[in-house]
Ligand binder design. Structure first.
Ligand code: ADP
Ligand code: MG
Length: 397
């Protein structure tokens, strides 16, 4: 039989504890662990468990336990329990790292549904698109902002969702990700592919470079030209397949070309952020890429336009761009030369170096926008249309 998922219940409410324990014990996929004497014992145990679920009573609004456990324990699914949770509590709890909200008094079927979802997530049996979202940041022009966008978006996604995010540098031979993030990784993509027979979640998490104390993992480009030559599109496809089983989000910084490996990444992606700046040569180029994506059979929704270095008073306005490209603009990242240059020169991403700058805020909102659809999918099942409208307001505010 498969290994059981350990369930931990944290509450001072004896009645709640007994009810949860009773229901969970009836499910053969779970075993309830005894209570812990303090939070550090709890933390140590959870971080060493391969699969766990933590029920935390948040009646007192204290999110500190959730905030502490969530970034370090990706294999622990946190369920926030609270009497009649309102929408602002749900948003706070989800942002802190809770994966589900269970309302108290407990409805047995609701708890059973949660246990089933937790089991499916932890055993990787969830539908592919729910489990991982892969985004490629692309333009066939260099110097347009692809690396800046990919690196900052990936870090914001990790910080907001607290889920495992992979950032892949697909600029073989000329990758910049390690410079942008001041990393000296021990392993690169060619090492990964040489060991493709061993590729699994544990191998990836232990060999990819973890970025500081976050849930962002980086896979660098190969340092030598020779190594890059041996990497085929087929190898790259296999790598993405395994990454998709192990990460919630994959962000790919692509090369400015339609090389086979890049097209493989684009094919495998759920979303392509086609980056342009507002000038005629770049926009014409963008038009050609859109035509090509159409020919490749990509859905309109899969390809989204990101304007980089946007300025309100530019000669060519956002409306003109939409008319020219016959497509809505998905996102506009403001021009901020000084913030970007300082960030690149220091090797520190914007959310750390200039968290209040307009560009850092834009990346944070973009990451929220990308991850919101995942939050919503889960929440829609539980809450009425009124509440969802209210959620929209909160996410936008
Ligand atoms: N929003 C922005 N505002 C100002 N400068 C930017 C912005 N985004 C990128 N840049 C600058 O553009 C240059 C190229 O960025 P980079 O991310 O390396 O592009 P690419 O990966 O497409 O070659 C960098 O010097 C960077 O500072
Ligand atoms: Mg680049």
């Amino acid at each position: 039989m498969a290994e059981k998922i350990s369930a931990v219940i944290v509450t001072k409410n004896k009645r709640l504890y007994e009810l949860l324990e009773l229901c969970i014990r009836k499910n053969d996929d779970f075993e309830v662990l005894d209570s812990f004497s303090d939070n550090s014992e709890l933390y140590n145990t959870i971080s060493s468990l391969p699969k766990s679920v933590l029920f935390v009573d948040l009646q007192d609004d204290d999110l500190s336990l959730v905030e502490n456990i969530s970034p370090d324990c990706p294999n622990c699914k946190i369920i926030a329990v609270r009497e009649n949770p309102d929408v602002s509590f749900i948003v706070k709890a989800v942002r802190a790292g809770a994966k589900e909200i269970l309302s108290y008094p407990i409805i047995k079927t609701e708890l059973e549904d949660i246990l089933e979802r937790v089991r499916a997530q932890l055993c990787f049996r969830e539908q592919k698109q729910d489990k991982c979202k892969m985004i490629s940041v692309f333009s066939n022009k260099g110097g347009i902002g692809k690396t800046s966008i990919a690196a900052n978006l990936a870090l914001e996604l990790a910080q907001i969702t607290k889920e495992n995010v992979a950032l892949i540098d697909l600029n073989f031979q000329l990758g910049d990700i390690t410079t942008f993030m001041d990393l000296k990784p021990s392993f690169d993509i060619s090492y990964m592919l040489k060991n493709s027979d061993n590729l699994n979640k544990d191998f990836l998490l232990s060999t990819m470079e973890k970025y500081k104390n976050t849930s962002l993992y980086v896979l660098a480009d190969p340092p030598y030209f020779k190594q890059a030559e041996n990497i085929s599109p087929k190898n790259v496809a296999k790598l993405f397949e395994i990454l998709k089983e192990s990460f919630s989000y994959i962000v790919v910084d692509t090369e400015a070309s339609f090389d086979g490996k890049v097209v493989t990444a684009l094919d495998c992606s759920d979303m392509i952020f086609l980056v342009t700046i507002v000038n005629l040569p770049a926009l014409r180029n963008c038009q050609r890429c859109l035509d090509l994506f159409h020919k490749l059979g990509y859905d309109d929704d899969k390809v989204q336009i990101l304007i980089n270095r946007y300025m309100e008073n530019d000669e060519i306005g956002a409306d003109d761009v939409e008319k020219l490209l016959k497509k809505d603009i998905y996102w506009k990242i403001p021009n901020n030369y000084f913030a970007l240059m300082a960030s690149i020169n220091k090797g520190i991403l914007l959310s750390e170096l200039k968290p209040d700058s307009n560009v850092a805020l834009s990346f944070r909102e973009l990451a929220m926008h990308v991850s919101d659809s995942v939050f919503r999918k889960k929440l829609i099942k539980k809450f009425s249309a009124d509440n969802i409208n209210r959620l929209d307001e909160i996410f936008r505010s």
